[in-house]
Design a protein around this ligand. Sequence first.
Ligand code: FE2
Length: 218
Amino acid sequence: METTVDHDGAGSNGAAATSPIDIPGAEIVEALSRALELHDYRRGLFAETEAHGVRVTRLALRLTERVAPELAADPALAFGFQLHDIGMIGVSDSILSKRSGLTRDEVDEVREHPLLGERIVAPVACLAGIARQVIGAHHERWNGSGYPRRLERQRIPLPARIFAIADVYDVMTNDQPYRSALAPEVALAEIEQGAGLLFDPELVPVFLAMIEAADAAI
Ligand SMILES: [Fe+2]
């Protein structure tokens, strides 16, 4: 029997357009990741953002396993780390192609990307939690100097506090368009100085010990 399609796209065989669809979260994340990859590829950003995404996800998960193993067991957490910058899709190309010298308005637009990302991912029920706890909060800082909500201390969700340290370390220890990679010791010293200011002071020593132990094992 042939199924006809209504004007709103729902089949006339009884399947309503609003019926829940059982799609595993991993498939949705894969689709969103591909959208971000395509966006970055078209703008010449692909190599740096893809590698950063893989490294920072791995690093943030390692820290989570040490400080909150119950969180690390939830696969949605890795998805949140992986998709942290999905909101960059909504930032103007003219801004993304600039390497420096952003105007105040342009900085404000870039700073919208956590909320844009949260809005993109939040409708997926199994990812709604991480949309708020990682994607929407990954630029918040311990002393309230971050964005977009200027959250302070424990008001910042723990996954975002974890991610912030891993993110900064990875950015500092890899080449950027505006400077060469810093030595791990230099990056760790900066993170240590930021304990209690930018970063959760209880997480920083765990992160330092984790990196130092890994270096000693090489
Ligand atoms: Fe970001």
